[in-house]
Design a protein around this ligand. Structure first.
Ligand code: FAD
Length: 474
């Protein structure tokens, strides 16, 4: 009789978990589960306290759910990825594991960990089985005719959609074991990491609640998503990114929901659905990381980037981080990030563009700060988007495209509702002038405690254009 071990990492779910499903396929095998936390590693990787807390809560939840399948989740707190391998091997030997099941991760250090782990496992005569389960399509299957990753998003998207059209849904529900192999029980205590509580009404715990949230999104919000998803105050997006980032939800589950609840009801095609387009952006960045794991190290993608002379003014960087730039929409976005650990996508675009293309601060500093705050921090998506904004990544926008925070604010928060929610000092400023601090008279300035704009938008834009143009020509 085999003893199979499922090594849980970034896949904290039961449904649509290929590693768990295949480990349970043979009803006679004993199935064990293991999660190893690595707080020191997470600190080094700038993982935010909120994301870590979400992981903790979901590991506790997963343990209870696995118990219903008669599978015991073992837990161990290690320090780094490399050290966690020692425990994994020890665990396998102690429990006479024959087969190890896990889902792949594509980040540089995670890949390195897996290569070493698999070798050591093999040395102990244990077979290992890895599965691609964090993307819609297995990385490596969407390539150009030379087998290379597409650098243009549209080509990637086209091929991705062709493959998605052949998708047939399977739930991949693991088989329940006949009996629970009793183990000495222990409590999973919170990891050695600073605690920052999360808003559970926004980020519910456990896959059942998140599936319910996704269903609600499909029933109520997706119809207006194309029109409304850019309006910050409307709360019209799915809010699933945090769960995707730790694998409580899989992208294939999202796609199945789309097929079940949306495409049939509204006849909305895969090509035309804006929400699916966003999921394919996620896919694009994940596949990029699979092909270029060095992206994890904040490395350069376009050579001309090294010619950019960043100013890296620390005072500006701190003003940006703390939402005190004097530009209401930037400050509202940055304060939302601080308060919730989450920021609306358009605001992420506006605030990141402001950092890179108005303040001339190296995108790496912004990327790191976002990661340290985001509950949905995901290396592939964060890095991909920062590079896109900075115009130095794959399929980036042209360097001369710079978001104007005042115009964006007027367009997507016309009445200033979002600004007033997060920058409460401005609650009495009339909506027609709230977006542009240059329109505030002396009297307004005297009665509010709010900084003057730290830069002039027109001058800073001119400077950046000159510097980027020069860097590209060099
Ligand atoms: P919805 O609008 O409902 O979209 C559904 C899903 O599509 C999202 O959950 C996400 O998985 C994917 N998606 C949406 N927008 C994008 C995008 N621009 N790029 C790639 N995938 C997308 N997202 C993260 O999950 N983690 C990050 O660390 C992250 N960093 C970002 C940094 C910057 C500078 C920018 C501009 C965007 C970043 N995003 C990141 C993408 C995006 O902002 C979030 O995924 C989105 O706001 C999450 O909210 P939602 O789940 O309600 O999204």
């Amino acid at each position: 009789m085999n003893t199979n071990l499922v090594w849980f990492r970034n896949d904290l779910r039961i449904r649509n978990n290929l590693a768990l499903y295949y480990a349970c396929k043979d009803s006679k095998s004993t199935v064990l589960a293991l999660f190893i936390s690595v707080p020191e590693q997470w600190k080094k990787n700038f993982i935010s306290p909120r994301k870590t807390y979400l992981i903790y809560k979901n590991v506790v939840y997963l343990k209870k759910e696995l118990m219903k399948l008669n599978i015991f989740l073992h837990y161990y707190e290690s320090t780094t990825f490399i050290k966690s391998i020692n425990y994994l091997v020890k665990f396998c030997k102690k429990n006479k594991v024959n087969k190890l099941y896990f889902n792949y991760e594509y980040e540089y250090l995670e890949k390195k960990r897996d290569i070493i782990a698999i070798q050591r496992i093999k040395n102990n005569f244990i077979s290992s089985y890895g599965f691609h389960n964090s993307t819609l399509i297995q990385p490596g299957l969407i390539t150009n005719q030379h087998g290379k990753m597409y650098k243009k998003y549209n080509c990637f998207k086209k091929k991705c959609i062709i493959l998605l059209k052949n998708f047939s849904h399977t739930n991949f529900m693991p088989k329940k074991r006949n009996t629970l192999v009793k183990q000495s029980d222990f409590q999973i205590s919170f990891f050695n990491f600073p605690i920052k509580k999360i808003y559970e009404q926004l980020f519910p715990i456990g896959e059942v609640k998140i599936l319910r949230q996704l269903k609600l999104f499909f029933k109520k919000k997706i119809y207006d998503y194309d029109v409304n998803h850019n309006y910050f105050a409307l709360d019209n997006t799915s809010m699933i990114s945090a769960h995707l980032s730790i694998g409580v939800l899989s992208p294939l589950q999202c796609f199945s929901f789309f097929l079940k609840y949306h495409s049939n009801a509204s006849k909305c095609s895969i090509e035309k659905c804006h929400w699916i387009n966003e999921l394919i952006w996620r896919e694009f960045f994940k596949h990029l990381l699979y092909f270029y794991p060095n992206l994890s190290k904040q490395s350069i993608f376009c050579n001309w980037e090294q010619n950019i002379k960043w100013k890296n003014n620390l005072k500006y960087l701190n003003a940006w981080k703390h939402g005190k730039t004097g530009f209401p929409i930037i400050d509202a976005g940055m304060r939302q990030l601080k308060k919730l650990g989450w920021m609306h996508n358009r605001l992420r675009m506006i605030t990141s563009s402001f950092l890179v293309k108005n303040l001339l601060i190296d995108w790496r500093k912004g990327e790191k700060y976002f990661m340290s705050q985001l509950i949905d921090g995901d290396l592939a998506l964060n890095n991909g988007n920062w590079k896109w904004i900075a115009s130095i990544g794959s399929n980036s926008m042209p360097y001369f495209r710079i978001f104007n925070p005042i115009l964006q604010s007027k367009k997507f928060d016309k009445m200033g509702i979002f600004i007033k929610k997060y920058v409460t000092e401005l609650k009495n400023i009339p909506s027609n002038i709230i977006h542009n601090p240059d329109l505030w008279n002396k009297h307004i300035r005297e009665i509010i405690d709010y900084p003057n704009p730290i830069i002039n938008l027109i001058d800073s834009k001119k400077t950046v254009l000159k510097i980027f143009k020069h860097a590209k020509k060099f």
